[in-house]
Design a binder for this molecule. Structure first.
Ligand code: ATP
Ligand code: MG
Length: 393
């Protein structure tokens, strides 16, 4: 029945002069999202609105599913276009539309007309009144409620007449690309894909880095990270995933650092490498899936130790989330099932039995200093192993 979707956007409507940039970014993201959908679509921007118009046959459910992943969209309204063939014909079409959309007639409604084409014979008030009357005649069980209608029937008179009454919620947020770019430390766990999703939702384009430790971590563990990046890319657009071989560095830390400080020192090197990549690739920040107190390396004291090695801001959108809250988002964005596949992303031999929970950053620095020359060299070598995988749905 529908031929188009009216795209409603909230926040981006208020950006003053920048509004065009935001709208164009939104259109680019919509185009990307619909590339994989059956059918062809034209995207039109008119008078502060964006319309996605199907050119011929298309799969309604699939199209809506894809639009629901475009950040910046507040609501998706399926629209029917009616040719202007006179008032009687319009009433017939609208009545048929309501009949099909709302088989249960015991509903209240309100007509909300907007006459964008000023030569139309009725003004908005007249359309509201006369269409209301026609609907009541056709469906006597229905009632008008101008304050809290069950159905808000929108009729917009343009060259054609647009009729819509449903708003499917979009994901909200800002169009990806309007907020710069950041580098996500992506592991195979539950948290980091969610962290990437949340920052991308604010309009930030995402690149990613994964630290791989073959042969201690398997190819399947690496594939799982690529799969997760692909799932996140359904929201963010293509992701440039840097795969770094971390084995030598990790082994060296394992053999030369105090056992209980392994994880902290290892994480400090992950952050250093990530920052080096971020700076080379114009990323304006790092993103991790850390949350206070979740594990020993995520206490506030530990976060001081991992944070101090970076100059760039480190965004930790999950910092105040409980695990259950993170899982809820992971399920919503469909990364959960992949995240819980049992491939270790960090071999258990590299994990200390009794990691420090309150590391003293001065002591960590001191211990690191003894081995820093070798570690810096290994870090340079690790950066040379950077293998770029471009991941896109
Ligand atoms: P996740 O569920 O995201 O794996 P986690 O609870 O297992 O997180 P940690 O292993 O302490 O926590 O890692 C904290 C953060 O560090 C992760 O959220 C991720 O951003 C980053 N990280 C950890 N391991 C890796 C890795 N192998 N490659 C890239 N980033 C990593
Ligand atoms: Mg992890």
């Amino acid at each position: 029945m529908f031929t188009a979707f009216l795209i409603k956007y909230a926040e981006i409507g208020i950006k003053g002069k920048n509004r065009y940039l935001f709208e164009d970014a939104l259109i680019a993201q919509i185009k990307h999202a619909l590339k994989k959908c059956e059918g062809a679509f034209a995207i039109r921007k008119t008078m502060g609105r964006i319309f996605v118009e199907a050119q011929g046959d298309f799969d309604y459910d699939e199209t809506v599913e894809h639009l629901k992943r475009v950040f910046g969209i507040w609501g998706i309204c399926p629209v029917i276009y009616v040719e202007d063939e006179g008032w009687e014909k319009l009433c017939e079409k609208v009545i048929a539309y309501l009949g099909e959309m709302y088989p249960d007639r015991s509903r209240t409604f309100k007509v909300n007309a907007r006459r964008s084409r000023k030569n139309y014979p009725k003004d908005s008030m007249e359309i509201n009144r006369d269409m209301g009357e026609a609907i009541l005649n056709a469906y006597p069980q229905m009632h008008v409620d101008v304050h809290h209608p069950d159905i808000l029937l929108n009729i917009e008179v343009r060259e054609k007449i647009y009729v819509y009454s449903e708003t499917i919620p979009g994901p909200g947020g800002m169009p990806v690309g309007t907020g710069g770019k950041a580098l996500l430390l992506l592991s195979g766990g539950i948290d980091s894909p969610v962290a990437g999703y949340m920052i991308a939702k604010r309009g930030v384009k995402i690149d990613a880095v994964y630290f791989h430790a073959p042969p201690y971590t398997s190819d399947r563990a690496r594939q799982k990270v690529v799969d997760l990046a692909r799932l996140v890319s359904r929201y963010t657009g293509p992701i440039y995933l840097h795969v770094i071989n971390f084995t030598d560095l990790q082994m060296y830390i394992y053999e030369n650092a105090p056992h209980e400080e392994l994880t902290i020192i290892m994480r400090r090197y992950m952050m250093r490498i990530a920052e080096a990549i971020a700076k080379q690739t114009q990323c304006l920040g790092l993103i991790t899936g850390e949350s206070i107190g979740q594990v020993a390396s995520q206490t506030m004291s530990s976060l001081i130790a991992t944070n101090e090695v970076c100059e760039l801001p480190v965004y930790r959108p999950l910092i105040g989330f409980d695990k259950e809250e993170i899982v809820e988002v992971a399920k919503k964005i469909d990364t959960y099932e992949t995240s819980i596949q049992p491939f270790e992303d960090c071999c258990t031999i590299f994990v200390a039995k009794h990691p420090v929970t309150k590391p003293n950053v001065n002591i960590i620095r001191k211990h690191e200093k003894h081995i820093a020359d070798k570690l810096d060299e290994l870090m340079r070598v690790a950066l040379e192993t950077d293998e770029l995988v471009i991941v896109s749905e």
